[in-house]
Design a protein around this ligand. Structure first.
Ligand SMILES: [Zn+2]
Ligand SMILES: [Zn+2]
Length: 343
């Protein structure tokens, strides 16, 4: 089969990815092999390709927003039938035995395996997954629509919960890409007032189109105090900006796996009065199940841009350059792939 691998991490323009011929992976005990229909492109893939995230395995295949069908089952795997559609997400496995797993915080597991970082992911014709960590997907949702829900959607949903905005409250969203535009739809459907702060015309247009209450520049002051905020942009210098926009007692949740340096904080203006700063680390399977159910019910729709699988490096380069709004999705089936945006 064909699979992209991160060969030499470095700037996306330097060609860190290479496409190789690899043997089809055999599912082990409790695993299934998924024939990849499409795979979403997540900013984490870019951080991995560029070396911001240190590779955990040489020549790993990225991709953790995988939609496909089960084509082979390993010994003892019985959760899915061959031919069934499944989703494969970032959380590939946990040890189930560390103190965090035992208390229900498997997102903090000390012995996890992440898809497309520890194990080979979906920038390929097929990949293998522990069936306990695969998801059933809402029916009637096309593969391309379902892919971005699997990381961008689930992490955005966890971040939204971490921001702890009360019903009808005021949410700030800093950065508006693949994850933010899905979280915003849930927030708006739940009656929150949503203020978006972002640079990039595509992102601003998308936020307005989805019904955000206001759309401002990345570091603009908020039009009203915020009951909670999420930082999706990987920009540490926005942390004090967002903290200053919070009302007393409110929380800023940082959604990214990577963030540039946070400048020194001003305690009085940015943290005092019980403002909270917290990170969001991976997700539990419960977050995933909950979000996918909610997404099906609320009709959450991903804005997607299709690329052929062969164009994975171009999709990552376009993501790095902010050339599209929403989420890029790689397709193995050339028929269903529409044209990528022109730069
Ligand atoms: Zn654990
Ligand atoms: Zn991701």
């Amino acid at each position: 089969m064909q699979a992209w691998v991160v060969e030499r991490p470095g700037p996306i323009g330097s060609g860190p990815l290479r496409r190789l011929d690899r043997p089809l992976p055999e599912p082990g005990p409790g695993e299934v092999r998924v024939r990849v229909s499409c795979c979403g492109v997540c900013r984490t893939d870019l951080h991995l390709a560029e070396g911001d995230l240190p590779p955990r395995r040489p020549s790993v295949t990225p991709g953790h927003e995988v939609v496909g069908t089960v084509e082979a089952t390993g010994p003892g795997a019985a959760r899915f039938a061959v031919g069934e559609r499944v989703g494969v997400a970032w959380l590939g496995r946990t040890d189930g035995s560390c103190r965090y797993c035992r208390r229900g915080d498997e997102n903090l597991c000390t012995g996890p395996a992440f898809t497309g970082w520890d194990t080979d992911g979906g920038y390929a014709d097929a990949c293998v997954v522990d069936e306990r960590y695969a998801y059933r997907l809402p029916e009637g949702l096309p593969d391309e629509q379902a892919a971005p829900l699997l990381c961008a959607g689930i992490i955005g949903y966890r971040a939204l919960r971490c921001a702890a905005v009360p019903p009808g409250g005021r949410l700030g969203i800093y950065g508006f890409g693949g994850s933010a535009h899905l979280a915003a739809q849930v927030a708006l459907a739940q009656g929150m007032r949503v203020h978006v702060f972002t640079r990039g015309e595509h992102n601003r247009a998308l936020a307005a189109e989805l019904g955000a209450d206001s759309v401002g520049g990345a570091a603009d002051p908020a039009p009203e105090p915020l009951d909670g905020a999420i930082l999706f942009a990987p920009a540490g210098d926005l942390v004090p900006v967002a903290l200053r926009a919070l009302d007393r007692g409110a929380t800023l949740a940082v959604a990214g796996i990577w963030l540039s340096q946070i400048p020194a904080l001003d305690y009085a203006a940015e943290l005092f009065e019980e403002r909270r700063l917290r990170s969001v680390t991976a997700n539990t399977r419960q977050d995933g199940e909950e979000f996918l159910r909610l997404a099906g019910r609320l009709g959450v729709r991903a804005t997607t841009v299709a690329y052929p699988m062969a164009e994975a490096p171009a999709a990552l380069a376009d993501l790095a350059a902010g050339r599209f709004g929403g989420a890029a999705v790689l397709h193995n089936d050339p028929v269903s792939a529409s044209a990528p945006p022109t730069a």
